[in-house]
Each structure stands twice: as C-alpha cells, then as structure tokens.
Design a protein around this ligand. Structure first.
Ligand code: 5CU
Length: 381
C-alpha cells in the first residue's frame, strides 16, 4: 500500500462472483460461460457482437479444436478475491470499488431477479468485509423485477455497509434511461446517496461494424467505439428528457470518461439551440441548464481512456475534481506477459494521468484517488 495520506483508488474494477458464474454456466444463449475442446479455460461470451462466432462454432463438431474461440478465457481474475487483492497490490492500488461486470442481471427472469440481486449483493458485501478498508462496492439492481421489488432492492443495498452506489447499464427497464418509469428509482437512489456507475454493454447494432468485423477485427470495434457511443447516447437521452432537472440530487459516474460526451457536448448544445421543434416547445430557451453544466454538477467521469488526449478533454469538460482513476480489471489482461505481473492496460491509464496533470501533483493525486475518497465517502467505514 502507498503512504497514509495518498490513496490510489480504482473505481472501475469488476468481479463475477461464483454464484454469478454458475448462473452463466447454466445458460445456452448469450450471456454464457462455455467449455470448448482443447481450451484450458472456459470462455465467457457476453457481447451481442459475439453471437455470430458462437453460432458458427456451435454448428461445428464439438470435439474439434479451434484456434478462433469466441469470448474471453475465464481466469481466476474474474472471481477470486485473493486474485483481486494481488492485482491491487501489484499495481499499488489501495482501495477498489468493485462491481459486477456486464451484463449484470439484465437477462434474469422477472420472478428470480429480486432474490438473485440480493444474494449477489450480499456476496459483494461479504467480500468487502473480508478485507476492511480495501474494498467497497457498487451494487446490482434487479431491473427486470416488478417495480416494488426494484425499489425494495434500493433499500436493501443502502443498508449494506460497504455499498457506495449501484452499477447500471443503459437499457434501464428495457426502454433506456430516459424512461419516465425510472424516475422513482432515480429519486430513491439520490435520496439514499447512492451514486450510479453507468456502464455500457450493448454497444451499437452489429451491422454497423460491417461484414468483415467478426472474422477479421476481433472485439476492437464494439469495445473501442460501440461501448463509448452507447454511454454517450444514453446520457444524451437522459439530458434531453430532463432527467437531470427532475432529479437534481442524482449523481452518475460515467464509464470510459463519459464515452464521447466531453468531445461532443458542444455539438449537442448546437443541435439543441438550432432545433426548431425544441425551440418552439420552449426547451431551448434561457434558463435551460446546458449539458456543460450537467457535466460539472451531476456527472463524474472515470479516467479509463488510456491516453492523456482523451483525459484532458474529460478534465476540461467535467473539472479535475470530477475524474476518478480506474483499471477495468479483469478485462484487457496482458497477452504477452505474466498475468500476475504488471498490466499495461493499467499503466496506460496511470501514465495518462501523469502526462495530463504532471508527476506527483495535487491534481494528479486527486484523480488517482482523492476524488473517489471524497465523492464515495471511502474514509467512512
Ligand atoms: O472485453 C470486454 O468484453 C469487456 C466487457 O465486456 N466489459 C468491460 O467492462 N470491459 C471489457
């Protein structure tokens, strides 16, 4: 661990606890975990963009070994608490705010969702209690459950000692985050000081990537471009629907430095003030809170953008006091070096902070941990 006054905090770091991996192992359609002939580890297949390659391999002889398997290997990094702590120690991370990774409970039947969420959140809570002070968590909501179960889940997670918010995808109750039916949930989260960690999963429709993507381009397009666009669109829809004004105490941390929001906020503003329909309806006049204001008042951004160029845009848009370091562990492991050693996906993000804000500066330290400690109350037990 680093010195007592300077804390490095990873706010974007996932786990698939054993109960969740079991759920995926029992499934036949995406998301799932499946073993393949000749592969050392089972594979986690979760992205809509992986459906085609899964279908192809499923239609082949099950005993045939293939060099082109869908998904990613499920290593100990996905589920093991001791592995998470080892990863933190080997990257000088003092505190991690862990969260279930995508696609959360989006696929769970309505009648099972409440209990599943409860047991998974309890599992996260128990993991945190094993290493006091080193782990906190963002809980998972049973979004497919009936409204009363969903609201009861907010009450449950707020009672869990190490819970500091909830991780949320962009689909909401099935109609996106601008769905009026979600407003009571946003009110409940805000009233309980539970910050939303907004994270993408669905990307853009697979046709956008073209016919060559599955065979030739790996996961690059859906992950590098689809994920950030999904987040950008989800937040723009919330903004246009007036969610931020309806729930002014709502706080969100956006994954991947807000997708492309820091870069495109100016264009969103311009399109609003030049839209005849919005102008006629009085939605573009004076007194309107701009997307720039919302970015500085209700939104935080993680620093998982891998370059100082993107990071500087994020800082310019939201303010240096609203950026928080993250790693995206266990995703993006090193492919040519020992997984127990240093991950370049982590060092790139730390280096981006150093390059954007200088070595050992107060601003850099704020992004590396100070902001998260304050915003997520990590000094409180
Ligand atoms: O590599 C991937 O598929 C992912 C993913 O699914 N979720 C995430 O947070 N990062 C990478």
């Amino acid at each position: 661990m680093s010195s007592s006054t300077y804390r490095v905090v990873d706010i974007h770091t996932h786990m698939y606890p054993p109960a969740y991996t079991q759920l995926l192992e029992n499934r036949n359609s995406i998301p799932l975990i499946r073993k393949f002939a000749g592969a050392k580890e089972p594979r986690l297949i979760i992205l809509p963009a992986e459906a085609e390659s899964l279908e192809k391999i499923t239609s082949e002889d099950p005993d045939k070994t293939s060099s082109h398997l869908p998904g990613r290997p499920v290593t100990t990094h996905y589920s093991s608490l001791s592995q998470k702590i080892h990863f933190m120690d080997s990257h000088q991370i003092d505190i991690s705010v862990i969260s279930l990774a995508n696609p959360w409970l989006d696929f769970v039947a309505s009648e099972d969702a409440g209990e599943t969420a409860k047991s998974i959140n309890q599992e996260f809570s128990d993991m945190c209690a094993t290493v006091p002070g080193r782990l906190f968590f963002f809980a998972t909501l049973p979004l497919t459950a009936p409204p009363e179960t969903l609201l009861a889940a907010v009450g449950h997670v707020r009672s869990l000692k190490y819970c500091r918010g909830v991780i949320l995808g962009t689909s909401g109750l099935g109609k996106g985050l601008d769905d009026p039916a979600l407003v009571p949930v946003f009110h409940a989260l805000a009233a309980n000081k539970l910050t939303i960690f907004l994270h993408p999963h669905y990307g853009l429709p697979s046709e956008v990537w073209g016919p060559r993507a599955t065979e030739e381009y790996g996961h690059v397009l859906p992950l590098a471009l689809g994920f950030p666009m999904e987040t950008t669109i989800a937040v723009a829809r919330m903004y246009l629907a007036g969610v931020f004004d309806q729930v002014p105490e709502l706080r969100l941390i956006l994954a991947h430095s807000g997708g492309t929001l820091p870069f495109l906020a100016g264009r969103i503003e311009s399109c609003i003030v030049h839209d005849g329909h919005l102008v006629r309806e009085g939605k573009a006049g004076p007194g309107r809170r701009t997307i720039w204001q919302v970015l500085r008042e209700q939104i935080y951004l993680d620093a998982v953008v891998y370059s100082e160029v993107g990071l500087k845009a994020a800082i310019d848009a939201s303010g240096v006091d609203r950026l928080m370091f993250g790693t995206d562990h266990p995703f993006f492991p090193p492919l040519n070096s020992d997984e127990q050693g240093e991950w370049e996906s982590v060092t790139w993000n730390a280096e981006a902070v150093r390059k954007a804000l200088g070595d050992a500066t107060d601003r850099g330290r704020a992004v590396m941990g100070g902001n998260a400690v304050e915003v997520l109350r990590l000094h409180e037990d």
